[in-house]
Design a protein around this ligand. Structure first.
Ligand code: NCD
Length: 358
């Protein structure tokens, strides 16, 4: 099946990813060339969950390309508050807009929405699942700041269990030659097994660590993340994990001179403010670069049918095996109409929405 919905960055071939990064660089260096690229086009930004950077960088990206924006950032101000389902919202919005950027708290919601969209739909985060355009932001930053996407030793620190940006980034970087990973977290917040399986299958070296100070010295990239308070089932659980990892100047003194520090933001307390003045701190530049990456993505997705599209396997509808992930959209009674789509991978049947093995 060929389509233009970006649910996971894995949908892009390496060539498409490199093409997007190249275009992001051109747009950054010569923005005037693209300032009318989206004249007459409308983007809908549908944010069912809080966001600052992702939402505003998409909006700014569209405005800088000459396009216009509509949307909501508080579903309570839309018909969602009256009980409207995703299908109806997307069916209608896709008849108003030329492209949709959507964030939703439920895993698999972006895939579900894409089934009813007649225009390209970009996943801006679906629960703890994927966040492809943050990963695009991250790889654009690695390319701009390190000049390469391969042979990097990447440390990821913080909430590696719930951090969707971490999952998306590991998957993408595992495709490039010579990358290795240091996964720094508490035992409770370590990366899900399926991410370790991806690393094993890609033949990537990785180690797990529970101490940032010990792990920092030979990293090329340190990707800090916040502890995802909203994904914990109780405040006590969150409190027990909060504040365990803090990057400060004392720890940074042990790092390589050319290491770069990334963070998808927002920061809570995991990077001390004093670190912002260190030239290795790239997280604010990263947020700016993300806008160029998103401008490039919009330009490419709005090119005529077929010229920049993704190929994914046709789903198989099964009623005998149903996803039991309580965080998956398919288990939401309000979205009862969704087809029970699955696909097969390595002999397993997986949910087509949240990708968990059924
Ligand atoms: C991230 C997200 O929403 O997943 N933020 C972002 O998009 N820049 C990370 C986070 O919320 O911690």
């Amino acid at each position: 099946m060929k389509h233009k919905n970006l649910i996971d960055l894995e949908y892009m071939t390496t060539e498409q990813l490199e093409q997007t990064i190249r275009l992001a660089r051109i747009i950054k260096d010569k923005p005037d060339i693209y300032k009318h690229a989206c004249d007459g086009k409308i983007m809908a930004t549908l944010f069912y969950e809080p966001s600052t950077r992702t939402q505003m960088s998409f909006q700014t990206a569209m405005l800088r390309l000459g396009g216009k924006i509509i949307g909501f950032d508080n579903p309570l101000n839309s018909s969602v508050a009256k009980g409207e389902n995703i299908k109806d919202t997307i069916t209608v919005i896709s008849s108003y807009a030329d492209i949709i950027a959507m964030r939703h708290p439920t895993e698999g919601s972006a895939k579900a929405a894409s089934l009813y969209s007649s225009v390209p739909l970009i996943n801006c985060g679906d629960g703890g699942h994927f966040h492809p355009t943050q990963t695009l932001t991250d790889v654009v930053t690695l390319d701009f700041e390190k000049g390469r996407l391969d042979n990097l030793k990447i440390g990821l620190c913080g909430d590696l269990l719930n951090g969707r940006t971490v999952h998306s980034l590991i998957k993408t970087m595992s495709h490039f030659e010579g990358n290795s990973f240091v996964l720094i977290s508490t035992k409770e917040l370590s990366v899900p097994q399926y991410i370790k399986d991806i690393l094993d299958n890609a033949g990537c070296e990785y180690t797990e660590a529970d101490n940032l100070k010990d792990a920092i010295s030979d990293l090329d990239v340190l990707y800090m993340t916040r502890i995802q308070r909203e994904r914990f089932s109780s405040e006590e659980e969150y409190q027990s994990q909060k504040g365990v990892f803090v990057l400060d100047t004392e720890k940074l003194a042990l790092a390589k001179e050319d290491m770069i520090i990334l963070h998808p933001l927002p920061r809570v307390d995991e990077i001390a403010i004093e670190v912002d003045d260190d030239p290795r701190a790239c997280y604010f530049k990263q947020a700016e670069y993300g806008m160029y990456g998103r401008m490039a993505l919009i330009v490419l997705l709005l090119r005529p049918e077929g010229s920049f599209s993704f190929k994914t396997p046709d789903p198989i509808i099964r009623t005998d095996r149903i996803c039991s992930n309580p965080k998956c959209i398919i288990t939401d009674p309000q979205q009862y109409y969704l087809p029970k789509n699955t696909y097969e991978k390595d002999g397993n049947i997986c949910c087509d929405y949240c990708d968990r093995i059924i």
